[in-house]
Ligand binder design. Structure first.
Ligand SMILES: *[C@@H]1O[C@H](CO)[C@@H](O)[C@H](O)[C@H]1NC(C)=O
Ligand SMILES: *[C@@H]1O[C@H](CO)[C@@H](O)[C@H](O)[C@H]1NC(C)=O
Ligand SMILES: *[C@@H]1O[C@H](CO)[C@@H](O)[C@H](O)[C@H]1NC(C)=O
Ligand SMILES: *[C@@H]1O[C@H](CO)[C@@H](O)[C@H](O)[C@H]1NC(C)=O
Length: 255
């Protein structure tokens, strides 16, 4: 365990994380979530079935703000950004224009993102003790997001930064574009927009040899070559590290 992750663990004043840590006795990972957008982002976190819960499932991050989260050993799940969120003054309900999880609160409490949303997906210390991670546009796109591993060793594959630094909302194809008051706020996947097996890699198209990239997935792939652009885009979109911490940045500066 790195000094960095020890510090992160001490800082997180969550009993739960500390207790899980003691029970597991294994080293934990930290996520440093950074908002470099010039607007507030509300990250949402969803733990996979059967993995330990996190100390938070949603919070707000102002521009330039960051937050360190201690992640239990062998955690799997996803993190995404919600945008244009508001609490209704009358009903008290918290909702977001993009990435909303439907919990009516800042914490997502076990609920996932409404597409379209850029997703970072993790399976920590999975097969061969490797962390598997990716950034996916399979459920569409709403905010630029990069995942950068720190201090990890290479897996069999690649321990590299991945994500989608580009802002795709404005340049999104017309049939996929989501606008609110004529402002582009998100970009749907072709699967969500058209719902056909061909775009969703379902039914007769449910295998890698049958489901091929489309002109729509090609739009995402061209803009963001390391992110998943459709369900079977594994070859260029899945990354592995061993024993890394991760920096997850919304609106990273263009590279
Ligand atoms: C945020 O940045 C965008 C693009 O650079 C700019 O158009 C917009 O006015 C900025 N918004 C704020 C609130 O600073
Ligand atoms: C708050 O919720 C009420 C009831 O659903 C709705 O009529 C109203 O438009 C909402 N206000 C805002 C600012 O969204
Ligand atoms: C990983 O990143 C390095 C440095 O940016 C780059 O040279 C290399 O091609 C990348 N490897 C893969 C498989 O993407
Ligand atoms: C991964 O899990 C194994 C047990 O399955 C454990 O021995 C090992 O220390 C873990 N590695 C990391 C980096 O957490």
């Amino acid at each position: 365990m790195s000094k960095f992750s020890k510090m992160g663990l001490v800082k997180v004043s969550s009993f739960l994380v500390v207790i899980l840590f003691l029970i597991n006795g294994a080293s934990s990972t930290t996520f440093t979530v950074v908002n470099q957008c010039n607007y507030t982002v509300w990250p949402g976190l969803l733990s996979g079935a059967g993995t330990a819960p996190l100390s938070t499932t949603g919070f707000s991050l102002n521009p330039s703000e960051s937050r360190v989260i201690s992640i239990p050993a062998s955690w799997s799940g996803r993190i995404w950004g919600r945008t244009l969120c508001n609490q209704n003054a009358t009903t008290g309900k918290f909702t977001c224009v993009t990435g909303d999880c439907g919990s009516s609160q800042i914490e997502c409490s076990g609920a996932g993102a409404n597409p379209p949303a850029t997703l970072a997906e993790f399976t920590l210390n999975g097969s061969d003790n490797l962390d598997f991670f990716d950034v996916s546009l399979v459920d569409g796109y709403n905010v630029p997001m990069m995942v950068v591993p720190r201090g990890g060793a290479n897996g069999v594959g690649k321990c590299n930064a991945t994500g989608c630094a580009a802002d795709l909302n404005g340049v999104c194809p017309a049939q996929l574009k989501v606008t609110v008051d004529a402002v582009a706020v998100a970009c749907k996947s072709a699967c969500e927009a058209f719902g056909t097996p061909e775009y969703c890699c379902s039914g007769a198209f449910g295998t890698p040899d049958k489901c091929k990239p489309s002109e729509y997935s090609a739009f995402f792939k061209k803009a963001c070559p390391t992110a998943y652009s459709y369900a079977y885009d594994d070859g260029t979109s899945l990354f592995t590290c061993s024993g890394a911490d991760y920096i997850i940045t919304f609106c990273p500066p263009p590279r």
